[in-house]
Design a protein around this ligand. Sequence first.
Ligand SMILES: Nc1ncnc2c1ncn2[C@@H]1O[C@H](COP(=O)(O)OP(=O)(O)OP(=O)(O)O)[C@@H](O)[C@H]1O
Ligand SMILES: [Mg+2]
Length: 307
Amino acid sequence: MSGQPPPLLAVRDLSKHYPLRTWWGGKGSVFRAVEGVSFDIRPGETLGLVGESGSGKSTIGRAVTMLNPPTSGTIAFEGTDLAKLDAAAMRRMRARMQTVFQDPYAALNPRMSAGDYVAEAFKLHRRAMRGSERREAVAGLFERVGLDPRFMGRYPHQFSGGQRQRICIARAIALKPSFIVADEPIAALDVSIQAQVVNLLQDLQDEMGLSYLFISHDLRMVRYLCHRVAVLWRGRIVELAEADALYADPRHPYTRRLLAAVPVPHPAEERARLAARDIADHDQPPDGPLTEVAPGHWAAMPQGPHA
Ligand SMILES: Nc1ncnc2c1ncn2[C@@H]1O[C@H](COP(=O)(O)OP(=O)(O)OP(=O)(O)O)[C@@H](O)[C@H]1O
Ligand SMILES: [Mg+2]
């Protein structure tokens, strides 16, 4: 890994377990929502996180920003172990790591104007600012995310879905973070405006040098937006590679199955897709340790009788 800049985010052996209660309310065992997950995100990089519903994507997103701290494992952000920070230091750190969620309407406060909602970021982080200075900063943020600053006094219901997500993005970038977790940020939007929001995220990345953890079901969008992609299966990473390598040469049966559900325009990949569909659904994805199968391309290799 020589020549690489140090990672912005280094996640090691992250696990999140939830207590499982029996249906009559007794104590049960634990449910391993995420188990032994490790990855880095480099400065200016977008890492895609894909996997079926319930595979643990949002759990990882909330764990790396400590919104829902992990059961075990370490998260180092800009070289600092987040578990070692006290509440005040963590709050300062939060200004550097933000989250954009799937449903902007749920994230917004219906009784707060869009301008006040964005300005709240400064207040929460106790940035001393005069009123006029704050209004100017919010107007600048509105312009930056493609919203007319004259709409600052409007309320959430007076915006379209895409505009609401732009408001959430404006608030997320207000404190000039270096990292944003985007958890299905376009899934609730009309297809016609999904690309606009993705392009906005890309423009902001270019301008601000942002890194993203981009959580998505949309494998085509992931390929378009992400530099590298991690495939999650039942709380474990089964494959992690550069996006081009993952889509052109998926190694893990689960990745192949996931990609087989997406039609692709390239003839060679289309052949691979059709071949992968032949993997029977009852075939359990193998669950060995991640092995480097090609430079920078990691996959959990088959083990045991399924190999
Ligand atoms: N607070 C909780 N208590 C118990 N189990 C939980 C809790 N939060 C999540 N889980 C479980 O952890 C697993 C992973 O959930 P998570 O929300 O991370 O999945 P996901 O990959 O984001 O799914 P989706 O694509 O549907 O958003 C699920 O089985 C879920 O039921
Ligand atoms: Mg989720």
